[in-house]
Design a protein around this ligand. Structure first.
Ligand code: GLC
Length: 442
């Protein structure tokens, strides 16, 4: 047992982020932001969105497409013009059929077929008559030259559809709508999901300056008060999951090297839901291999066999005998452990999850110090994603880290959930662009 305690204590040292390190990461993040904004080759792309803040008075019915992974949603959203919105109709559908009837995410599928499929779903929710602005959340790295033009730089999240990389996804969706005779649905804006999250909160809360996703993927955007491209306020999609200013541990290196794109998305691989379970698996495997934890099973050697939901279940276990941890460990093929071994598994899971919150908070601290060095204004950070919403202790750790970093001034910062922000935000983005007084004039 002595050796297990020593091994866990060593892990605590390796994974914990000290107060000094937090400040250091925040400054490095700020440097990378400045470099990205001036066209440097740093790890932050700082992609302009050409969208500013909403006034809260945008009004009317708008179509929204939320395309952030293999499940897509189309919505008919009603913006009340008083900072409130309501979803009038929705369709949610996978791009890949479970029974194998279709797969629009494979390299054998074509871009026009993919967008025709989405246009077909839009046709099911557009009311008869009237013109409908359309906002498209497309949560992949895109180069934008205007609010409605977004060229996909490269697919991520396992999507490989042919003929979309290097093309304007806004134009592709509009063409698909026109082919179906739906030219009264008019694409106004293509945005990232982080931008949608920011816009949804900003519709009713003008203090919103940061939008973020802490879910399967991780990324943040912020409101640049005077963007050099337009000399006006503009939301910038930082693609912060690609930030490379955090020292990797040997476990991060193992995960990265075995991933599809080694070297890419280094912060995302340390903090997002896609990878937290895998990091815990790598660490626990190293303890079982060293004989610190007894395991009679090979299950732990299968990459990505530990879902991040299991980590949530482990962190939520407050029972003295750690029964829930035992249930999860049994699913991984390790049974009959002593309570202290279950405790070690819980400590490791907590360290990995809390490190994620520390790192994310440090990047936000970098943004806040850049846009408001004295923290004289109020700032709302709008967040969506399962990690933020469901991982026990995660949102509290984000808030505590802000307190640790800013002391009393952290009172100026509110971190809050922006549920469904990526869908509703697309509608708000379209409405901010569409200049008709009432969105649905005939
Ligand atoms: C990935 C994408 C990014 C998106 C994030 C959250 O990091 O590159 O655009 O915002 O996932 O969905």
């Amino acid at each position: 047992m002595e050796r297990l305690y020593t091994a866990v204590a060593r892990l605590e040292k390796e994974l914990a982020i000290s107060a000094i390190l937090l400040q250091d990461i925040a400054s490095r993040f700020q440097e990378a932001m400045n470099e990205g904004l001036t066209g440097g080759s740093g790890s932050l792309r700082m992609l302009p969105s050409f969208i500013g803040s909403p006034t809260g008075q945008e009004q009317g019915q708008v179509i929204a497409v939320d395309f952030g992974g293999t499940n897509v949603r189309v919505l008919l959203v009603e913006l009340a013009g008083t900072g409130r919105s309501r979803i009038v109709a929705r369709r949610a559908f996978p791009l890949k059929d479970k029974l194998g009837h279709y797969d629009y995410t494979a390299v054998s599928a074509s871009g026009p077929a993919l967008f025709d499929f989405i246009a077909g779903k839009i046709s099911e929710i557009v009311p008869a008559g009237g013109i409908y602005p359309l906002g498209h959340t497309f949560s992949f790295p895109c180069r934008q030259q205007g609010g409605d033009q977004a060229v996909l730089i490269s697919w991520t999240k396992e999507i490989k559809t042919a003929g979309v990389e290097g093309r304007d996804v806004g134009q592709m969706l509009q063409a698909a709508l026109e082919n179906r005779g739906l030219d009264r649905v008019r694409l106004q804006a293509v945005i990232n999901d982080t931008t949608g999250t920011l816009l949804t909160a900003a519709y009713s809360d003008p203090a919103t300056t940061i939008g973020a996703i802490c879910g399967t993927g991780h990324n943040s955007c912020y409101l640049e008060s005077c963007h050099p491209l337009t000399n006006r306020p503009m939301i910038v999609n930082m693609e912060s999951g690609n930030f490379d200013g955090v020292q990797q541990t040997k476990y991060d290196i193992l995960l990265d090297q075995a991933s599809e794109k080694p070297g890419a998305q280094r912060l995302e691989k340390m903090v997002s839901g896609q990878y937290l379970g895998e990091l815990v698996r790598i660490i626990i495997s190293s303890l079982t291999a060293a004989g610190h934890i007894a395991s009679g099973s090979e299950s732990l050697s299968v990459p990505y066999s530990l879902p991040t939901e299991d980590i949530s279940a482990i962190l939520g276990d407050t029972s003295p005998g750690l029964e829930a941890v035992a249930v999860v460990a049994a699913r991984w093929g390790i049974t009959q452990l002593k309570v202290c071994e279950y405790k070690a598994i819980q400590t490791i899971s907590r360290l990995v999850a809390m490190r994620s919150a520390w790192l994310v908070a440090a990047t936000w601290a970098g943004v806040l110090t850049k846009i408001d060095p004295g923290l004289v204004r109020q700032h709302t950070i709008a967040v969506d994603g399962a990690l933020y919403e469901k991982m026990p202790g995660y949102s509290e750790q984000l808030a505590n880290t802000m307190m640790e970093m800013f002391g009393d001034k952290a009172k100026q910062i509110t971190i809050r959930l922006s549920k469904d922000g990526s869908g509703i935000g697309a509608a708000i983005a379209a409405a901010t662009v569409y200049k008709g007084k009432y969105c649905n004039e005939r």
